[in-house]
Design a protein around this ligand. Structure first.
Ligand SMILES: [Mn+2]
Length: 314
């Protein structure tokens, strides 16, 4: 696909923003919905996550009370849903790599919304090609460190193993359910992965945000599986796990990484809407908007401004 085919603006944009704040040619942030679902192993529905999140974003107030700012003034463009090509398990990951690469090369900041976690591999690959010193900050209830799952190396349960294979240092936050295979692999191979277990944050001496960020190199990609949050706050995920992190605990870590590192992009995955219960998608939309706010407040623009010629005025 060409750049112009990939960068198709959606009229149904994040935040219900007027054209002057959502036009691709001027926006610093690009929200890219990837409704991919193939290997989800428990409750299905992540393919409906991006549309639900975008719908909920229309209810989000555009003033950010924590940052005392108006993050939408950065310009937030929203793309059409990525058309998933189901020719193989690896093809949608390749498509997501192409999508993320195109956004990065246009000088924009990618916010990829899923969809199941396996798509994040495409994000990591695109970022790593451009930033060889990339680290990953990974929020999740699960390690996602299996080598293969149900016969596939491209499963959501393997996505962080693939990142480790690529030599990317990883900090995992909120983990509380992990397999014997993963633990034995960690002990045997000693990959550059630092785990902050969910229960540590509820101990007498919880890790500080600075301690969580410390093992990360620079720059950083952030991947957020929404099941890192406690299911009492975020029930609409495919595999809910007890004992998760709270809203403010996650925000404290996110704020710290945006203050201490260059963050080159983010994906938010595994929203699996529950009909009649719209709280989760609203929280996911608030999270996305807060992250965009942190980006705007704490990060410098990439400096690339050839985007108008790259993507065409619209
Ligand atoms: Mn998970």
């Amino acid at each position: 696909m060409t750049t112009n085919q990939i960068l198709q603006e959606s009229s149904y944009n994040f935040g219900h923003l007027p054209p002057e704040h959502s036009r691709l040619s001027e926006a610093r942030v690009v929200v890219a919905p990837v409704p991919y679902e193939a290997t989800t192993s428990y409750r299905t529905g992540t393919k409906d996550g991006p549309a639900a999140l975008l719908r909920a974003s229309w209810q989000v107030e555009l003033y950010d009370e924590e940052l005392d700012s108006y993050p939408y003034e950065l310009g937030i463009a929203t793309l059409e849903e990525m058309p998933i090509e189901r020719t193989s398990y690896s093809r949608p990951i390749e498509q997501t790599r192409e999508l993320t690469a195109t956004i990065l090369d246009a000088g924009k900041w990618p916010m990829i919304i899923g969809g199941e976690h396996s798509l994040s591999q495409g994000c990591f690959e695109a970022a790593l090609e451009r930033y060889p010193n990339l680290s990953i900050l990974h929020f999740d209830a699960h390690g996602d460190l299996r080598d293969t799952y149900e016969g596939s190396p491209y499963s959501h349960a393997c996505v962080m193993h693939r990142a480790a294979d690529a030599g990317i240092p990883i900090v995992q936050v909120g983990i509380r359910n992990i397999s014997r295979e993963e633990i034995e692999w960690l002990r045997r191979e000693k990959p550059p992965i630092k785990i902050f277990w969910a229960r540590q944050f509820f101990s007498a001496t919880p890790p500080s945000p600075a301690e969580v960020i410390a093992p990360l190199g620079n720059p950083v990609w952030i991947t957020i599986d929404l099941d890192a949050f406690d299911p009492s706050e975020m029930p609409a995920v495919g595999t809910p796990e007890p004992g998760g992190l709270g809203w403010y605990q996650v925000l404290d870590i996110l704020r710290e990484v945006f203050q201490q590192r260059q963050v080159v992009g983010c994906d938010v995955v595994e929203l699996s809407p529950v009909p009649g219960q719209n709280y989760s998608e609203f929280m996911a939309a608030r999270l996305v908007y807060r992250i965009i706010g942190y980006y705007g407040k704490f990060q410098k623009p990439t400096g690339k401004s050839e985007l108008k010629s790259a993507v065409g005025a619209s």
